[in-house]
Design a protein around this ligand. Sequence first.
Ligand SMILES: [Zn+2]
Length: 636
Amino acid sequence: MKINYFHFIFCICSFVLFTACNIKNSSSTASVNNHSYANYISAKTKHLDWKANINFDKKIIEAEATWLFTNFDKANEIIFDTKNLAISKVIIAGKEVGFTLDTTDHEYLGSALHIPIEANDSVVKIIYSTSQSAKALQWLTPQQTADKKMPYLFTQCEAIACRSVIPCQDAPAVRITYTATITVPKGMMAVMSADNPQQRNANGEYHFVMDIPIPSYLIALAAGDIDFKAIDARSGVYAEPSVLINAAAELCDMPNMMSAAEKIGGAYGWKRYDVLIQPPSFPIGGMENPKLTFATPTILAGDKSLVSLVAHELAHSWSGNTVTNASWDDIWLNEGFTTYFERRIMENITDTSYTDMLWELSYQDMMADITDLGDTNKDTHLKLEMSGRDPEDAFTNIPYEKGAHFLWLIEKTVGRKAFDKFMTDYFRDNKFKPMTTDLALKYMEAHLWKDTPKAKKEVDVEQWVFQSGLPKNCPRPGHTRFDNVEFLSKIILDSTDLFSISKTIKTGGIDNIYDKPKKWTTHEWLQFLRKLPRNLSLEKTNKLDKTFHFTNTKNSEIAFEWFMLSIGNKYTTINASLENFLLHVGRKKFVVPLYKQLIKNGNYALASNIFEKAKLNYHPATTRAVSELFIKKEIK
Ligand SMILES: [Zn+2]
């Protein structure tokens, strides 16, 4: 998942579940293992057949989940995770059986569903429906989509929200295959993290097969006004019709990314790799649903400058989807490996001067989180302690960027050739195994360090993984392209007559300061904006805007940095554009800090006014996070 920057605050809610009459209510609490109530050590699911009717009128899914399982220990019950599901019937061997749904509805773990089984049972069918508050589901009205013709639904199951869609053993250590029959309104397309249709089916019934075992957090579904366009024989793009052509053009490097990734990870094991461009309210950057990445439309900058997000999600095909963190304590094994891998893919299709910019910007993001958390905070360890906490809190920049920098340091220490061999072997040898930090370090010991103890000491693995803050040997890029940015911004800011300069400036051999920025990528602009003084005068802010047209940029990353700067500088010219941005973009990475910045700078009324209009367009998680800002007036 590419989420960036934040750990989210969730409100504490409790629900009294409506349950069918044959339920034996219980307040007993199953033991929690890896954020799951499931007893998968004793009785473990292995295949799901899911029949689901997507009811857009009621905003619920009415479904049957038929689970195949293995009863290893002759257990007398199988336990599933649920969250706000209305279970109506459970059937084993053709007979309805009684079941128990714990009445205690934990704020993020939900309720355990206990189903009695015999020693030889291997199939259970659960008939149920989701609730309108299902955490993993976002229902959009036609008005909230790009083309405004049909309603739209998408899921976001990571970390532990699959249980709000399907009763399941919702732990990353449990891998299952699935088949599904999904019914949607006629004329609509449905897609899943599975083999997908490429054309719409007139009757609205779609069949899916995922025959490679995956953890539950990678089950995904989207339905709406969706079309497909191929890029090459094994990759393509799904999107709403008006977005499709531009999306396919923006992502035309996907085949090159796949070839680059295979050089490091080994052969791609999921047959196809497609990307679904979601409506603007999609709350995160991207989600690595196998075979079909879900991605925010904010990566469509028009110049391919933000496609590293696709490289990230593609890299997850190996790190995360093939070798999966056993628990959310080990999330750096998914996200750190993937972020490092992403940089290597980008280096392959661009060059090191480009990836140096990615490293530098991400270093800044990581340092912002370390500063925010405090450098003695245990949440700055790579190996986290998420027991008793919402696993969503694990998704800061630490597992992503500290993890990636750790691997980059190892690469620099042992050499690229040796490290690449390690990566390929790691993915091959640990395929479909749940991976813990300890197991990964043992593998590293056996395959990387055993002949190079000096290198291990130099890296200081223990400090990187089990201690807080950032070790002093953290690698840094040369970032020459950013040196140029800083040189130019100094000229621009120091000049007394700066914005009338249009002729040759001889200093530093730069012929014309305006020619250089024209060739900048998004990353150079981001660095330029991030390095500007925070207390820029209104006059200079205005002149910068008049010269470089930041307020009306269509690039979401640049717009975000500019809005953050402008709010701080009380530059109100942005207000109409800012409101338009917040009404149309739902990505938490942008939305939450912008509201926070508005509140912090005394614009509470403006923030509140915009939020009232915009909140219907946001994912529930985004709405919750912004609401918290207003409730707590969380101002730093
Ligand atoms: Zn990720």
